[in-house]
Unconditional design. Structure first.
Length: 101
């Protein structure tokens, strides 16, 4: 498991905790973790409270997770986005696309 990604699986739920920066150097790992979680759980949350920066490749990984969840009728939420991440989501109007808790 990565230094920036940690996850907890309980029954049919998987909580993913990401910290640091999500950029081109590690967005593939975030993508792999999110898609893998969605293949094994019907409820997946991605906690972004400790993410200081996210670029377009990180956003793309989350969007791909949302698309897979929607196609498989699974629940996918973003939890506690940091101020920086929340402002990027709002700027791209993705706060209206994702379920954010």
């Amino acid at each position: 498991m990565s230094e920036i990604i940690r996850y907890e699986k309980q029954g049919d739920r998987c909580d993913i905790f990401v910290s640091g920066e999500i950029d081109l150097s590690n967005s593939g790992e975030v993508r792999k973790t999110v898609l893998g979680a969605l293949n094994g759980a019907s409820v997946v949350t991605v906690n972004l409270a400790n993410v200081s920066y996210i670029d377009s490749s990180g956003i793309a990984a989350l969007v791909e997770g949302l698309q897979l969840a929607t196609s498989k009728n699974k629940e996918f939420t973003l939890n506690q986005p940091s101020k920086q991440v929340k402002s990027i989501l709002e700027l791209a109007r993705l706060d209206q696309v994702f379920t954010i808790v």
